[in-house]
Write a protein that binds this ligand. Structure first.
Ligand SMILES: CC(C)(COP(=O)(O)OP(=O)(O)OC[C@H]1O[C@@H](n2cnc3c(N)ncnc32)[C@H](O)[C@@H]1OP(=O)(O)O)[C@@H](O)C(=O)NCCC(=O)NCCS
Length: 193
């Protein structure tokens, strides 16, 4: 496997901080752009360590170069509802459009449904982020509607798409290889935005 996941650690913070201050990366996320100091990220990481039952945060590692290229996470883990929010950001732009997002998302979903006993994994994505929508669609997330003008970014309000996948919908995907394009077209749900 060319990439792996591992839990984020203190040493990752300078890199994470650099990506969180990169307008191009943040511009593609639902998050607002804010200048974030290293001290804030250190406190954020310490808080995460106290709440590991509510969130699982991973570094995406290029095995060949032993280099962290992005992060992905399950947050807001709800024990009764067995649900969690998925998010991902490949901070190293050299790795965009190479199938890393597909592999990392598959690894997180496999872990969420197989090991963490989740029933529903959901996300939100900017409508204009067509690459991310394409990826989620391909993996089996289904469109659950649009949140109109729900985030203010770069001087304008933007719409977000809500998507989710249930364990029973993901089971056919779980049995396929994590390698790119392994998901049969027959189990994909096309997204109509
Ligand atoms: C979104 C992100 C996770 C996707 O990962 P990735 O490794 O770049 O994407 P992949 O190569 O796995 O797959 C992208 C798919 O989108 C398609 N795509 C790329 N650009 C596209 C475009 N402009 N229009 C339509 N489809 C597009 C690719 O062809 C590919 O589909 P295919 O495998 O059927 O050919 C990654 O680019 C990233 O982290 N971007 C910055 C932050 C971000 O947008 N995070 C998601 C926020 S919800």
């Amino acid at each position: 496997m060319p990439y792996r996941l591992r839990e984020i650690c203190q040493d990752d913070l300078p890199l994470i901080n650099r990506w969180r201050n990169d307008p191009e990366v943040i511009g593609l996320l639902g998050n607002n752009f804010l200048y974030i100091s290293q001290d804030v990220d250190t406190a954020w990481f310490e808080q995460y360590l106290q709440n590991r039952d509510k969130a699982k945060r991973f570094a995406i590692v290029d095995n060949m170069r032993n280099r962290v290229i992005g992060t992905t996470q399950l947050t807001g883990i709800h024990a009764i509802n067995q649900s969690a929010e998925f998010s991902i950001a490949i901070g190293d732009k050299d790795y965009w459009n190479k199938g890393v997002g597909y592999m990392a998302t598959r690894m997180v979903l496999d872990h969420g449904f197989n090991d963490l006993n989740l029933h529903r994994i959901w996300l939100t994505v900017l409508v204009r982020n067509v690459r991310a929508v394409r990826l989620y669609d391909k993996i089996g997330f289904r469109n659950e509607g649009i949140q109109r003008h729900c985030v203010y970014k770069q001087g304008a309000f933007e719409d977000q798409l809500m998507m989710a996948v249930l364990k029973e919908e993901y089971l056919p995907v779980l049995s396929t290889s994590v390698s790119k394009k392994a998901v049969p077209a027959s189990i994909r749900q096309p997204v109509n935005v």
